[in-house]
Design a protein around this ligand. Structure first.
Ligand code: NAD
Length: 363
């Protein structure tokens, strides 16, 4: 079966890290006999420059046809002055909601080789392997009514609605439980069920769905405690599942446990397992064009793509092992280099990963 993958290189360092990632994808496909067609389209600032809009119809048509999408990053100062409705970030939100990408997977993995880069003590984080599953298309970020009005005594008032339906909770619950089955079979659901009705329902539905997964252990944690536990003892977690706003905050905190944003991949999935894969970082305009960006977050996003949307776990394993080998050898881009460690360029890092892959495939 041929996999259809759409590449959206985006802006800033996006095309730089994507070049290395495509070279890795092509090498893995050739070595494992994976049949894949790679198509390209514009998103974000690059799309605005070419067509006037951040998510052009042509990109939307290609995205709807694809089995998976791999994205670099979008945005940059060049487009900051534009009206909000046509800013690059609108392209990102547009494609996520167009494709109904409701499940956001944010792994926080700390390679033991990089434990020194974390702000926590190395023994607390070395070997960390946590997966946060964040509901991405519902909750307080989308709930209606929302807006501004004024009170009877003339004060300005802002309001939002925290709302979840049973079906929205169910589908993200199933996603988290299915993912836990591929890992350590433990799910921790994070809510504020002592205060918020919407999350009381969240907890109820989680318990109901758990009955279909007797092999997976479900626990519950209030979000304030979860924030504390992430900093105190993050290795206690396997899969954490939570709503949109709590997930937004907790996944950024978890990201920082790992030291560098240049190492973190992510996935956003729809009901059928099709997904968009992207690094957690942005377009890094401060280093764009210098050839020094770390391409590993995007290369690791490709590994997630093979695993979660294309069902090619051997390819995912090979890429992740190769990245581990490169780190073992002490090869570092500037963002993960400690002190006066020598630093490699984006293309040297990409070439090192491909060399490690060649050795892996020769064995
Ligand atoms: P950023 O992630 O782009 O950069 C933050 C810092 O991390 C910068 O110092 C940057 O140099 C560094 N950094 C990021 N990725 C790196 C990498 N791969 N290698 C080495 N260093 C790296 O965040 P920002 O500066 O807040 O945003 C810049 C632009 O990116 C903005 O226009 C923002 O809207 C956009 N953005 C896009 C996405 C996305 O496309 N998903 C996400 C976040 C921000």
């Amino acid at each position: 079966m041929s996999h259809r993958v759409l590449v959206l290189a985006g802006d800033g360092i996006g095309p730089e890290v994507m070049n290395e990632t495509i070279a890795v994808i092509e090498q893995v496909n050739a070595a494992l006999g994976i049949d894949m067609t790679l198509d390209h389209a514009l998103l974000g600032g690059a799309a605005i420059d070419a067509t006037g809009v951040p998510y052009p119809d042509e990109t939307a048509a290609k995205a709807r046809q694809a089995d998976a999408i791999i994205l670099g990053a979008v945005g940059g100062p060049k487009w900051d002055g534009l009206d909000r409705s046509i800013r690059p970030e609108k392209g990102l939100l547009g494609i996520r909601s167009d494709l109904q990408l409701f499940g956001n997977l944010r792994p926080a993995i700390l390679y033991p080789q990089l434990a020194q880069a974390s702000s926590l003590k190395p023994d607390l984080v070395a070997g960390l392997d946590l997966l946060i599953v964040r509901e991405l298309t519902g909750g307080i970020y989308f709930g209606q009514p929302r807006g501004f009005d004024s009170t009877e005594d003339g004060q300005r008032r802002g309001f939002n609605t925290y709302v979840y339906t049973e079906s929205e909770i169910k589908r993200v619950a199933h996603l988290a439980f299915d993912l836990a089955r591929k890992r350590d079979c433990r799910v921790c659901s994070v809510d504020k069920a002592n205060v918020l009705e919407a999350t009381m329902l969240w907890r109820e539905v989680m318990n109901e769905v758990a009955k279909e997964y007797p092999d997976v252990e479900l626990s519950h944690m209030y979000v304030d405690n979860a924030a504390m536990q992430l900093i105190r003892a993050p290795k206690q977690f396997d899969v954490m599942v939570t709503g949109n706003m709590f997930g937004d905050i907790l996944s950024d905190a978890a990201a920082m446990l790992t030291g560098s944003i240049g190492m973190l991949p992510s996935a956003s999935l729809d009901q059928a397992g099709r997904g968009m894969y992207e690094p957690c970082h942005g377009s890094a305009p401060d280093i764009a064009g210098q050839g020094i960006a770390n391409p590993l977050a995007t290369i690791l996003s490709a590994a997630m793509m093979y695993r979660y949307s294309l069902n090619e776990s051997a390819a995912a394993d090979a890429i992740e092992l190769a990245v581990g080998r490169v780190l073992d050898k002490g090869i570092r881009t500037g963002d993960i280099a400690a002190g006066d460690e020598p630093k490699v360029s984006t293309s040297e890092m990409g070439a090192s990963v491909r060399e490690a892959l060649s050795q892996h495939f020769v064995k």
